[in-house]
Design a protein. Sequence first.
Length: 199
Amino acid sequence: MMKRGSRRAPFFCAAKHGDICVDILVFPNGLLSWPGGQMQCALGRGGVRREKKEGDGVTPCGVLPMRRLFYRPDRMPPPVTELPTTALSPDDGWCDAPSDIRYNQYVRLPYAASHENLWREDSLYDLIVVLGWNDFPVIPGQGSAIFFHLAHKDYAATAGCVALCKEDMLNLLPGCSERSRIIVHSSSTDERLMKPNSD
């Protein structure tokens, strides 16, 4: 298992804006592999499964495209990345109510239906990459708010998201764009473990 904050050479893709395509491979044993190296990550308390339901704590396996990045402007400058980037504010939220018309979508607070507040007192959401799960189309009850965000210091399990320490996340983001994907595997013994794609 990789130690958090382990030193590695930063990875910068020389492609033009919008052309970066990086595959980030994630395995159930908490290993994340990409062209810049390997590192430890945290996954959902419900494990990794192909079927995902709202509130089950499962990290869904499959291909999860990166959509956009949110960051806390009061705690850090804008990160270096090719992802569309938005500074968070205290009235930013994400709806997790399956019966609501805005389910699994960004909302402005206050919001009547159940939601997550993206402006947290802890540091977990200081960096949030929104992942493409159950968003095209949105199907009620099949999971919401699957993010790539910062991990607890002890890498405690998430509610279904993929999480990294801040140092590793900042090292990875410069190689990410809307063409980048997190590929969550159902097995930790995959022949592609050492062969993440970078075009």
